[in-house]
Design a protein around this ligand. Structure first.
Ligand SMILES: Nc1ncnc2c1ncn2[C@@H]1O[C@H](COP(=O)(O)OP(=O)(O)OP(=O)(O)O)[C@@H](O)[C@H]1O
Ligand SMILES: [Mg+2]
Length: 438
């Protein structure tokens, strides 16, 4: 297969072949023009990244034979048929058999290039979908860091550089900027990736049980300590311990953690036996750690120990060039997950996305992409679209649409599950989904 080849064009009439190939090349496509179906067949494989344009009437195997061959040898490759004048019935039949589109002779160059462009877009989307499906099933599932801003390039570079080492990393950023994702990719790209990645949210564990969560305890170490329990640090042995919201770690525990990190050993509560630990520590913080250190709410010595390498994650509003790539990525992931088609964004939609403030950062963006794929209107039920003069029937429909959309979002798009939740028949629900364009 020729590298970068995008259009495979089959036409047995030399002059037409040359002229059409030329007009496609002028439109910017790389073209391989061939005189027969037989000559085209070896180029068609499931990996072929382009589209096939073929005349129907050929000497030897026909364009329809080639369509059949393509359906088997390269499913997913869009086939555009060029038909003679008046061959509509046959063309429609070919569409039923899986042709992407047909063009009637004589045609203008614009008509062809426009059709090819659309078909290529679809092909690219399908290949991306396939790659994503493979990735979602793979071991590093969901640890890819998307974005093209200089800040994200820098993050990817830092991750690649330090993943293989054991140096402690501190990730800093607002809510939803991707701190946990970065921690997970550090783990996934490290030699420790077969061992566990253990996350501990330092802000969510009550102080009273923090120590036992972190270091574990022996049976009977304190009232209520029924069975022996292995702590997070020990559990993460050989792997990575992710200390989320490190800024909320109580001071008393900061001392203990520091000692463990310095000595490389720990004792479970109620035991004097020291256990060697081998964990890579990755910490995440939301606020300004330096300020906390200056205030004395975070120990400086621990801070220096955790913060050997800092990975800063700027908020989305400071890297707007990442918005569209991230959004498109999340739409694809949602499309694969919910088995829906991935919408293609209009220029207007892109602009609108780039202008939003995104206080919830990437997480908020991801939710918006999910909603778009599922057809849920932004902001759920929009009461402000209605006013006092809106008839009751319309208000009811408005409400009904919102309820159905919300339920579908909850079931991940599964209609039968949504029908159960709403206690309506599946057929009725399908009707309504169609009527409301969900
Ligand atoms: N650069 C990125 N590429 C791909 N996905 C991303 C990126 N940044 C964030 N995400 C996704 O956005 C969501 C939120 O990210 P994550 O949970 O890592 O944020 P966080 O900083 O830990 O947020 P919080 O502070 O609220 O815990 C996740 O689904 C994550 O996979
Ligand atoms: Mg997080």
């Amino acid at each position: 297969m020729q590298d970068g080849l995008r259009v495979l064009f089959v036409e047995d009439e030399p002059l037409v072949r040359q002229a059409t190939a030329q007009s496609l090349e002028l439109a910017g496509f790389s073209v391989l023009a061939l005189p027969s179906a037989e000559a085209a067949m070896p180029h068609l494989s499931p990996e072929f990244p382009g589209v096939l344009v073929t005349d129907v009437r050929l000497t030897g195997a026909s364009g329809l034979d080639l369509l059949q061959h393509c359906r088997n040898a390269a499913p997913g490759v869009p086939v555009i048929l060029v038909t003679g004048h008046g061959d509509i019935t046959m063309a429609v039949q070919a569409m039923r058999e899986g042709a992407y589109d047909f063009i009637e002779k004589p045609f203008g160059a614009d008509r062809l290039t426009e059709t090819v462009r659309r078909a290529l877009e679809r092909r690219a989307l399908e290949l991306e979908n396939r790659a994503l499906r493979r990735e979602l099933a793979g071991p590093a599932a969901g640890t890819r860091i998307i974005g093209r801003s200089p800040a994200i390039e820098q993050v990817r570079m830092l991750v690649a550089n330090v993943a293989a080492t054991d140096v402690p990393v501190m990730i800093n950023g607002e809510t939803g900027t991707g701190k946990e994702l970065v921690a997970r990719s550090l783990h996934a790209l490290s030699p420790r990736h077969h061992a566990p990645f253990v996350a501990l949210n330092c802000g969510a564990v009550p102080e009273a049980i923090f120590e036992s969560e972190m270091f574990g305890h022996e049976a009977g170490a304190f009232t209520g300590a029924g069975k022996r329990r292995v702590g997070k640090l020990e559990h993460a042995s050989g792997g990575t311990l992710f200390l989320d919201e490190i800024e909320s770690m109580p001071l008393a525990l900061q001392v203990k953690l520091l000692r463990v990190l310095q000595e490389g050993t720990l004792e479970r509560l109620g035991s004097n036996a020291s256990i060697a630990i081998d964990v890579r520590i990755v910490a995440a913080a939301k606020g300004d750690m330096e300020a906390l250190v200056a205030q004395g709410t975070f120990r400086q010595d621990l801070y220096y120990r955790l913060n050997v390498v800092t990975i800063p994650l700027p908020p989305l509003r400071e890297r707007r060039e990442d918005i569209v790539p991230l959004f498109e990525h999340f739409m694809l992931v949602a499309a694969v997950r919910y088995q829906r088609p991935a919408p293609i964004l209009s220029e207007l939609q892109r602009q609108a996305l780039m202008q939003r403030a995104w206080p919830g950062n990437v997480r908020e963006l991801r939710n918006a992409a999910d909603r778009l794929v599922l057809g849920v209107p932004e902001g759920g039920a929009r009461a402000d679209a209605l006013d006092d003069s809106t008839p009751l029937k319309e208000r009811m429909e408005h409400y009904e649409r919102a309820v159905i959309a919300d339920t579908l979002a909850r079931t991940g798009g599964a209609v039968s599950q949504a029908a159960d939740l709403l206690q309506v028949g599946k057929a009725t629900l399908y009707d309504k989904i169609k009527r409301y364009g969900l």
